[in-house]
Design a protein around this ligand. Structure first.
Ligand code: PXP
Length: 253
């Protein structure tokens, strides 16, 4: 695999709209509409839209994916578990990117990174048709060199580093451990880049935690959802996204 050129300037922002669907589904109504949120996100400076179709359909639905594919001009980053059902859905829609995430029914959110190293053979076969269909395949993993090397070996184009542990440690005020996790993320971003992988990051990021990650030169994209949708309650979705964009750009400069 050839190494990409030097790290580039502008960091992309992928806005995850899952929790617009969570609010809608709480009442079984037709609103708020995730597609409307995606359009607003685009106007506010998002570079992509991320949506996770979970096995239990707790937020985004199959119809949402159809509607997003039909309505979006921005690239869709389709998050999914490595199951035959999800692979068939991805192959039907052929989104710009497919991000493979671990999924457990009982979890509240995606709690850890994907175990690539132990499942290398299965995952290599799983992602091959997605790649052949023209999707950029991304693997959501912890900042662990074993997982990063395995992601490179199976032929993923992208890894997304799980920032959840860093954000949790920040929220708990565990500053030393937070800084250690941040250092691990920084080192692993550089390591993945050296293997020719494009590096993304996300999970749990807020205005308070985004800037140190945005400053890693190898990181090309951040995917952020839950905090932005929550913040939109207070300031509106457009200003909430614009502020995140401003913080990311400031950290990059
Ligand atoms: N990236 C991945 C791979 C995710 O699974 C999620 C959550 O769906 C996010 C980013 C966004 O995380 P959050 O909603 O906490 O910002």
């Amino acid at each position: 695999m050839t190494a990409p050129t030097a790290p580039l300037g502008r960091l992309r922002l992928g806005v995850n709209i899952d929790h617009v669907a969570t609010v809608r589904n709480a009442r079984g109504s037709a609103y708020p509409d995730p597609v409307r949120a995606a359009k607003l996100a685009e106007a506010a400076g998002a570079d992509g839209i991320t949506a996770h179709l979970r096995e239990d359909r707790r937020h985004i639905s199959d119809a949402d994916i159809e509607a997003l594919m039909a309505a979006l001009t921005l690239p869709l980053n389709f998050e999914m578990a490595a199951t035959a059902e999800m692979q068939a859905i991805a192959l039907r829609h052929r989104p710009h990117a497919v991000c493979i995430v671990p999924e457990k029914r009982e979890e509240r959110t995606t709690e850890g990174g994907l175990e690539v190293a132990r499942e290398e053979n299965r995952l290599a076969h799983f992602i091959a048709p997605l790649r052949d269909a023209g999707c950029r395949v991304s693997i959501f993993i912890a900042a662990d060199p074993r997982q990063i090397e395995a992601a490179a070996r199976i032929g993923a184009a992208v890894i997304e580093l799980h920032t959840g542990a860093y954000c949790d440690l920040h929220a708990e005020g565990q500053i030393d451990q937070r800084d250690a996790e941040l250092a691990r993320l920084r080192d692993m971003a550089a390591f993945a880049h050296s293997l020719g992988l494009e590096v993304h990051a996300g999970h749990g990021l807020t205005y308070d935690t985004v800037q140190p990650v945005a400053a890693f030169p190898e990181v090309m994209e951040l995917n952020i959802g839950h905090f932005l949708i929550g913040e939109a309650i207070f300031r509106g979705l457009d200003p909430a996204i614009r502020e995140m964009r401003r913080l990311m750009d400031a950290a990059r400069a």
